[in-house]
Design a protein around this ligand. Structure first.
Ligand code: PHE
Length: 450
């Protein structure tokens, strides 16, 4: 039964929603292109190791704090604090998380809007509306604002319906669609000429590149972004899990789905790039390096689709549809962070909170679009490079040092009475106390002084 503040109805409901949050543009857009430029399978290996040793324990920190407090990040961090200064610090960290989630949504909404525009552009070309189709894929303020607003409207519509009717129901509808579309595209692209070259780049490891310290630090940043950590998203989703669920198990499932989809997306994007090369589309810059991520997605892939004739149109529609769904199941989780706080702390109704906050974020996205050259890249690096690792650090410290060990054990025992005998309890508590904070600080130091 759903409690007054909302609750996922089942384990599957939670896993689909949390995996929906995790699987986003980060997996399908960022991960494969990074792997392509940085040593293929060696990068993949580094990424896998980091995802299990750093991102999974940090995800558990958020899930445990969230379910223990059954509250949003601001209140949860305050509730587990033993005294006033720590409470004050927790409150501030929670509020920063809320701001960062909103800022991430403000640029994510813009990129997701482009995905919708590219998808509709392919439809328009099927109907012979060539000028409309060309307008939809050319960079311009009007197009950018219209599609950002459309995407934000979809996000707002889902979140206004609450945890079960909105987040859970839509994640359960969209995630299977996402997986099916991805699998179909992978199968199709792998049959094309040139795909095997891409597979080679993806699957043959070049350890020389993947083991450079800078790259390891970057891979850690992406694994944080990919698992939606360090903004309170997983904390709030954790707060909607009922007490009978085994947290390490559900957290493990979410991590596995997230990683598997990133790896699978690699089997689509890398071969597709080399099919494009085979069809005469340039994928390398003048210095022989791979083109940047956004050029690959918004120019190389569409060019590839045009070289494929009528099938290309269908593949293009499917590809950008896939990107839109992936973005939507993530954007709803970002909007839920400030919305849950407003409902719980300021007693506003969900609808009022969603419209006010969603509207404010859309207004800020418009400001970014008006000052695109200065703000777009700045907001991305401020949130993903600096704020996420730092707040991830705070969550690990709260789970490891501030939440009492007995309370941690009590929380974990709820869904698994024998947890003390298992490997998780033997390793995780000291790992999240010592290893995670140290490593995260190293990432942070690297982003500032590296
Ligand atoms: N995990 C999402 C992705 O990979 C991004 C995200 C970050 C979602 C932070 C929620 C919170 O695209």
């Amino acid at each position: 039964m759903a409690s007054a503040r909302g609750e996922f109805s089942s384990r599957l409901g939670f896993v689909l929603a949390a995996a929906g949050s995790a699987v986003g543009l980060g997996n399908i857009w960022n991960f494969p292109t990074q792997a392509a430029s940085n040593g293929g399978a060696a990068f993949l290996l580094v990424y896998l190791v980091l995802a299990f040793t750093l991102a999974y324990p940090a995800l558990m920190a958020e899930l445990i704090i969230g379910r223990h407090a059954h509250a949003n990040a601001v209140q949860a961090l305050q509730r587990i604090s033993p005294n006033a200064p720590v409470r004050m610090f927790g409150r501030t960290a929670g509020l920063i998380g809320l701001a960062v989630a909103s800022l991430i949504l403000s640029f994510y909404g813009i990129v997701a809007g482009w995905m919708i525009a590219f998808c509709i552009s392919s439809f328009a070309s099927v109907l012979g509306l060539e000028s409309v189709s060309a307008w939809l894929v050319s960079f311009g303020f009007a197009r950018n604002v219209i599609f950002m607003l459309l995407f934000m409207g979809l996000t707002i519509a889902i979140i206004s319906r609450g945890v079960q009717d909105g987040i859970e129901r839509w994640s359960a509808r969209l995630m299977p669609m996402l997986i099916l579309t991805l699998v179909l595209l992978v199968i199709y692209v792998l049959t094309l000429d040139g795909a095997s070259e891409g597979l080679k780049v993806y699957l043959l490891p070049d350890f020389h590149r993947a083991l450079s310290p800078d790259l390891i630090l970057r891979a850690m940043g992406s694994s944080f972004f990919s698992l939606s950590l360090g903004v309170g998203t997983m904390l709030i989703y954790g707060s909607y899990i009922d007490d009978s669920q085994n947290l390490p198990l559900v957290g493990g499932m979410v991590t596995l789905v997230d990683i598997s989809i990133a790896v699978l997306a690699g089997f689509l994007v890398l071969p597709a790039m080399y099919v494009a090369l085979h069809n005469g589309v340039e994928i390398f810059g003048p210095g022989g390096e791979l083109l940047s991520e956004d050029t690959l997605v918004f120019s190389v892939l569409p060019e590839l689709f045009t070289t494929m004739g009528p099938t290309g149109v269908l593949v293009s529609i499917l590809f950008f549809f896939l990107m839109t769904i992936a973005a939507l199941t993530s954007s709803i989780s970002m909007l839920e962070v400030p919305v849950a706080y407003c409902i719980e702390e300021h007693n506003v109704s969900r609808k009022t909170g969603v419209y006010a906050i969603g509207g404010a974020i859309a207004a800020f996205s418009t400001v970014i679009l008006l000052n695109f050259d200065t703000l777009f890249g700045f907001v991305i690096s401020l949130t993903t490079r600096y704020s996420e690792p730092l707040l991830g650090f705070v969550f690990c410290v709260y789970a490891g040092w501030i939440l009492h060990r007995d309370k941690l054990l009590q929380e974990l025992r709820k869904g698994n009475p024998g947890i003390e005998q298992g490997l998780f309890w033997k390793i995780w508590p000291w790992w999240v106390r010592v290893v995670c904070p140290t490593v995260i600080l190293a990432i942070f130091a690297q982003s500032i002084w590296g």
